[in-house]
Write a protein that binds this ligand. Structure first.
Ligand code: A3P
Length: 278
């Protein structure tokens, strides 16, 4: 990761405030989509303008450092990819955690790693090579399984909202209601308004977020996939071999959150087992 060391170190010392709202994810699990949903909910359905940058309004803690985050107006909305043990949360801090099945996450992270040519020397890398790195946790931001296991252990806590990329794909209206309710009664009442809900869904949809992508990330070189890329559940089947699927299933089964992951993604796990049988 190409973040300044000072910023990263100060992020590790950032004491979250009770009124902070954290959006926590492993990379490629729907972070930006959730950031825009939260932005839309807090801003009456007005999307981020074409000249605005998500990283300025909902900054990435370990990229910009504690000082920048400290200057945000309340309630601060903060993105992090840190594992749970490295974030100094207040018991009242709200955390929205978005999880995505590891198969699609690996594919999405593969494209991300190819595309950010200034950060990674992987433009010509293959998916097979990438998957080996992903399985062994030797990728940017560390091990998927460590991140997911640590955060999922907070499931059921009052100030912790767990949602998934798959749920956002299946029923984003429900996720908008869940998030608004989690953020407080006034927002829950606000999103009950059909017009506001329609506006939020329109501006957070794949087509709308595919526009003006410099809002989310730096420009990609010609021929590389855009940041908002395919936006579907199940793209993994285009990239995995049965052997790759078998190896990733084994990794899921060996991780501390195995049972929770099986419970969150029963269909995907069943499909992957079928696929692995060839
Ligand atoms: P894919 O590469 O599978 O398309 P993150 O923001 O955590 O980096 O996640 C990026 C992933 O979320 C990418 O997945 C991207 O296309 C997807 N995404 C972003 N906005 C989306 C939207 N509005 N609808 C569906 N998927 C979206």
């Amino acid at each position: 990761m190409g973040f300044p060391v000072d910023g990263f170190e100060s992020a590790l010392r950032y004491d979250a405030r009770p009124e902070d709202i954290f959006i926590s994810t492993y990379p490629k699990c729907g972070t930006t989509w959730m950031q825009h949903l939260v932005w839309l909910i807090l801003n009456g359905g007005e999307p981020l303008g074409p000249e605005q940058k998500m990283t300025e309004v909902i900054p990435h803690l370990e990229e910009v450092g504690a000082e920048v985050v400290g200057r945000l107006p309340d309630p601060r909305v903060i993105k992090t990819h840190l594992p749970v043990g490295l974030v100094r949360l207040d018991p009242w801090t709200r955390v929205i955690y978005v999880a995505r099945n590891p198969f699609d996450c690996a594919v999405s992270f593969f494209h991300h790693t190819r595309g950010f040519v200034n950060h990674y020397d992987f433009a010509g890398g293959t998916f097979e090579d990438y998957l080996e790195c992903f399985i062994s946790g030797e990728v940017d931001f560390g091990d998927y399984f460590e991140n997911v296991s640590g955060w999922l252990a907070r499931r059921g806590e009052r100030r912790f909202l767990l949602t998934t990329y798959e749920r956002m794909s299946e029923d984003s209206g429900r996720v908008v209601r869940d998030v608004a309710e989690f953020l407080g009664p006034a927002l829950r009442r606000a999103v009950a308004d059909e017009e506001l809900m329609a506006k939020i869904l329109r501006h957070s949809g794949f087509a709308a977020m595919s526009k003006d992508q410099l809002r989310w990330a730096s420009a990609r070189p010609e021929g590389m996939p855009p940041f908002v890329r395919r936006g579907v559940v199940g793209d993994w089947k285009t990239y995995f071999s049965p052997e790759g699927a078998r190896r990733l299933i084994e990794r899921v089964e060996a991780c501390p959150a195995a049972l929770t992951m099986e419970a969150i993604w029963p269909d995907i796990m069943a499909e992957a087992r079928d696929f692995a049988r060839g």
